[in-house]
Design a protein around this ligand. Structure first.
Ligand SMILES: [Zn+2]
Length: 558
């Protein structure tokens, strides 16, 4: 893509805005041109696709902070407008294949052993030799009477009978017992369902990304393990040779209803070898604060979030255009968020609660910026009471309905309904539950921190279905998600307005949003928070996971 037409927009975009904050009118006006100008800037080739850790992202971040500044917001980061995040990119060194040696026989090359890369051991080959202990399902009680200090533990994957999904943190337990590393035994049964090996190989060949805490540990976790691996087939047979149970006997025992295997030391000494390549990058969330007007509520915060990053420039792809501009994903969301933010400054009436406007980094690498913000809040003694997230609204048609992911789980539902009704927009049920969209954007980091959250997308009515499906097929995460798409900027203003109305009502309400009683997200992540009675028709549980979604069950934390 050529960029000359946008150079003009660029220079205008950086000029100070004309005193927007001072214009007080009763009802805010939402401007299609404001939305257009933001998208044109953010999706420009000059920003190179806004990948976190690049200058293009930093320019986008500076653009957003300058808009926050012009709107009269307060810097809300830990360094002015910014909350810096250290991000590790790490990948296995393809030239130095990882391996497990059992006795004298080496297994390598993804056939029967599989490793993920590690962010902790870059550019040095790890070679670790030790004894191994089979610890069954890897629960606390499975370690009874065993000494695993300095040894590898070999454990099953999946949920043992009677353990709720996700409740078992095997690396944490292994680390607590002083294990050197974890080896996950992938049974023939696992291969048919929970652990599709070929997909897992593909997954672990990809570069991984994670945020690092101040000590350099990914996601702030360090169970103390140095290595992790998955084994199956001949490698597993060799590891269990001479043990109280052979691998085959183990698989047979697991096929019984009790699934009892016991725990025992293995006879074979193992050597695990792996080389990872690690790159550490710095990027930032950009945060502006509009302080609340009600002294009793001002220490409660409503977050309006939109991820600013996209997939950057990828020189290796075919064709002349190498830039993933991310016009819809998510320049459109950031632009709508900025326009909703501007609306708050136009009314002359500050919201009762404080609002945190956030342009997030590294969503595309796995919700990294939002997870970091949820883990390290910037609100001091204040509390985040809701997140309204904007991600990839399809601004190609005059939407007549919206889908509000998360609305059915909390009292945010009726708020969304009222906002939509004010605009003559209807609420539609999730047309693609198999896509699991509620779990796939930044609001989910807030959900995991116990915060009721909602995430709107434009609906299927009035040509929306075709627009959405065509976008997914043709432009989603492709270089063609750029400014040349036939944007409907009025839809951008409309999308800003509905999100504004939602955030405004949350901010002005007497009571903060609450999870519905019995809702699985609320029960799991906000156990002790007060709940609202569940209205008829609201679901108690999350939708079942689609079998098409690959479940890599136990990421090796090392
Ligand atoms: Zn994306």
């Amino acid at each position: 893509m050529r960029l000359t037409p946008f150079l003009i927009t660029l220079s205008l975009g950086l000029a100070p805005a004309p005193a927007l904050a001072q214009t007080a009118t009763a009802e805010p006006v939402f401007s299609p041109d404001e939305v257009r100008a933001h998208v044109e800037f953010l999706a420009d080739d000059l920003l190179g696709g806004r990948d976190n850790g690049t200058e293009g992202f930093d320019i986008a971040a500076r653009y957003v902070s300058s808009r926050f500044d012009a709107m009269g917001f307060k810097p809300g980061g830990t360094q002015g407008w910014y909350q810096p995040v250290n991000i590790a990119d790490y990948v296995l060194d393809a030239d130095k294949p990882a391996s497990i040696t059992v006795g004298t026989k080496a297994f390598a090359g993804d056939e029967d052993v599989l490793f993920g890369p590690s962010p902790l051991y870059g550019d040095e080959t790890q070679i670790l030799t030790a004894d191994a202990v089979f610890v069954g399902h890897g629960r606390e009680e499975d370690y009874a009477g065993l000494d695993v200090t300095g040894k590898f533990v070999v454990t099953l994957i999946g949920n043992p009978p009677g353990t709720p999904p996700g409740a078992l943190d095997r690396p944490a337990i292994a680390g607590k017992h002083g294990a050197l590393g974890t080896i996950y035994l992938i049974t023939p049964d696992n291969l048919k369902g929970a652990f599709p090996w070929a997909q897992a190989v593909g997954y672990f060949q990809q570069p991984q990304s994670n945020w690092l805490d101040a000590k350099g540990f990914p996601k702030g976790e360090n169970p103390g393990l140095k290595i992790g691996a998955y084994v199956k087939g001949a490698a597993a047979d060799a590891m269990f040779k001479g043990a109280p149970m052979s691998a085959a006997q183990l698989y047979a025992a697991l096929a019984t209803p009790e699934a009892k295997t016991g725990s025992f030391a293995l006879k074979q000494r193992l050597t695990l070898q792996r080389t990872s390549i690690v790159t550490i990058k710095k990027s930032s969330n950009v945060i502006g604060v509009l302080p609340g007007s009600d002294p009793r509520l001002a220490n409660e915060y409503v977050v309006l979030s939109a991820h600013l990053d996209h997939e950057g420039t990828q020189p290796d792809i075919e064709g002349e255009d190498k830039i993933f501009n991310g016009a819809m994903d998510n320049a459109a969301g950031v632009a709508s968020m900025l326009e909703a933010a501007r609306a708050f400054t136009q009314t002359g009436k500050r919201p009762r609660r404080s609002i945190l406007f956030v342009a997030l980094t590294a969503e595309e690498d796995g919700l990294i910026g939002s997870e970091y913000l949820a883990r390290y809040p910037v609100t001091g003694s204040g509390k985040v009471v809701a997140d309204v997230n904007l991600d990839m609204p399809i601004l190609l048609y005059d939407f007549q309905d919206v889908v509000a992911f998360g609305a059915e789980h909390s009292t945010l539902g009726p708020i969304v309904e009222r906002a939509a009704a004010k605009m003559g927009v209807t609420l539609s049920p999730d047309p693609m539950p198999e896509e699991q969209l509620f779990l796939r954007s930044d609001h989910y980091s807030f959900v995991k921190a116990g915060v009721p959250s909602v995430f709107l997308v434009t609906g299927f009515k009035n040509g929306g279905e075709k627009a959405f499906r065509d976008f997914l097929k043709t432009n989603y995460h492709k270089v063609t998600d750029d400014i040349r798409q036939p944007f409907d900027w009025k839809a951008g203003a409309k999308f800003a307005k509905i999100n504004y109305l939602i955030a405004r009502e949350i901010a002005d309400a007497d009571q903060e949003p609450r999870w519905y009683a019995g809702n699985s997200f609320g029960e799991r992540y906000a156990k002790d928070a007060p709940k609202a009675p569940r209205p008829a028709g609201a679901p108690a549980t999350a939708p079942a996971r689609s079998p098409a979604v690959i479940t890599i069950p136990v990421p090796a934390k090392n």
